[in-house]
Design a protein around this ligand. Sequence first.
Ligand code: GLN
Length: 196
Amino acid sequence: MAKIGVLGLQGAVREHLWAIEASGAEGTIIKRPEELADVDGLIIPGGESTAIRRLIDKYGFMEELKKFAADGKPMFGTCAGLILLANDLVGYDAPHIGVMDVKVERNSFGRQRESFEADITIAGVADNFSAVFIRAPHIVEAGENVEVLAKHNDRIVAARDGQFLGCSFHPELTDDYRLMNYFVKMVEETKSKNFA
Ligand code: GLN
């Protein structure tokens, strides 16, 4: 069984564990960098990207997260997690982890619509997915090898760049586990390749 970690520094951590387990994998909360060695894939949850970044630095996670990515292990960033994975951020000189080839803008959907739900189509995942957006970012530009999976109001809200999956919304806040199923499959495929 694939083992998937949820970076447990800040944000919607516990909800992801239910979704992982409902998708047929084992879930565990990652509190210390050395725990990354035990998991086959990692979810970086939504929350506040600046707060998560501060804690990444405080607990010495940055190098280990980059190593996790360099080892080819799948990573899934939701909302703030997408901001942390992106290699380019609108209005910032430097990215955070900077491993996914997308340019992301924070808080994209306007103050009056801080949070909302929308029905979206996610390519290869679902054509009627109810997505919960909370002060959500969006992908402004996607690199050449990035597969755009979903748009809302002409803005990219989900994409895959090889081992990296990112979305603007919070899939863990509903009981629709299809996007998590998709990530679990990514993790299982990578794991079986590494054992082959
Ligand atoms: N607005 C948050 C940020 O910039 C992201 C919001 C979320 O994760 N729901 O980090």
